[in-house]
Design a binder for this molecule. Structure first.
Ligand code: SAM
Length: 262
């Protein structure tokens, strides 16, 4: 316990009990839940989550933290530690190997890879019931941003097409050891039910959204030139003179369908 936090692993350990309690109450784990924690660290969230759920699977990249975590969890509940990079963990396979219950994922995420982790989780959204993450506040603002906002972009569109995004509360730097240079916030993500999901292939949506926001100051006719001409953009019911930041997530889905010839 109290190991020297490693910068390269994005280690900022939560120590303020009030915020730990607020996060655990927001998650409200129950004994039948299949809880998965990303980056348990020294166990600030792990132990109270384990106490409430009885079982928990934690994914940690830093080997040095694992023995202590295991011994502290031993009297609390059944902790299963996966020593791996979370980006290599197949959440759908993890759920299947336990009879396919939907996962409840939580974590005070390593900020240096927070966007890749979010995209990775979205890929496995069908296997996930909900997610509660601590992130940089600025990232949570981008995730929840609406069209027209300065911070509305690729992250907003891709997450909102897959999940309901619910910012919960802010957390100041002093709640962590060492304090990060930025403000943090906790967000809840609830994957949308199948009936509400769009029906365009994800790789086409990715391609269109990436190109559109790659040159966000340009008109769509310009930004999407490699993928769709002005007529094709009009066929998707979108104005080719509009800019990406004014489009709703559903507009990108229609563009992706035209791009895929659907
Ligand atoms: N949950 C702890 C807490 O709240 O005090 C630690 C949070 S700390 C911000 C992030 C944790 O993620 C660290 O334990 C770090 O070692 C771990 N981590 C970093 N990169 C990771 C990766 N690629 N896969 C899994 N865990 C990772």
């Amino acid at each position: 316990m109290n190991a020297r936090p490693k910068k390269s692993f994005g280690q900022h350990f939560l120590h303020d009990r009030r915020y730990i309690d607020r996060i655990v109450s927001a998650i409200a784990p129950r004994p039948e839940d299949f809880m998965v924690e990303i980056g348990p660290g020294e166990g600030a969230l792990t132990l109270p989550l384990l106490a409430a759920a009885g079982r928990l699977t934690a994914i940690e990249l830093d080997t040095d933290l694992i023995p202590d975590l295991r011994s502290r969890a031993a009297t609390v509940g059944e902790l299963h530690v996966i020593h791996a990079d979370v980006l290599k963990v197949d959440f759908s396979a993890l759920a299947h190997s336990h009879g396919a219950p939907q996962l409840r994922i939580a974590g005070n995420l390593p900020y240096y890879i927070s966007s890749p982790i979010l995209f990775h989780c979205v890929e496995h959204a069908a296997a996930i019931r909900d997610m509660h993450f601590m992130l940089q506040k600025e990232v949570v603002e981008r995730m929840a941003a609406e069209p027209g906002s300065k911070v509305y972009g690729r992250l907003s569109v891709m997450l909102q097409l897959a999940c309901r995004v619910e910012p919960l509360f802010d957390v100041p730097p002093e709640a962590f050891r060492p304090p990060p240079k930025v403000e943090s916030a906790v967000v809840r993500l609830v994957p949308l039910p199948v009936g509400e999901l769009h029906d365009a292939p994800p790789e086409h949506v990715h391609a269109v959204v990436k190109a559109a926001f790659g040159q966000r100051r340009k008109t769509l006719a310009n930004a999407l030139r490699q993928l769709l001409d002005a007529d094709a953009i009009r066929r998707a019911d979108v104005d080719p003179k509009a800019r990406a930041e004014t489009l709703a997530p559903a507009d990108f889905v229609r563009l992706a369908k035209v791009y895929g010839g659907l």
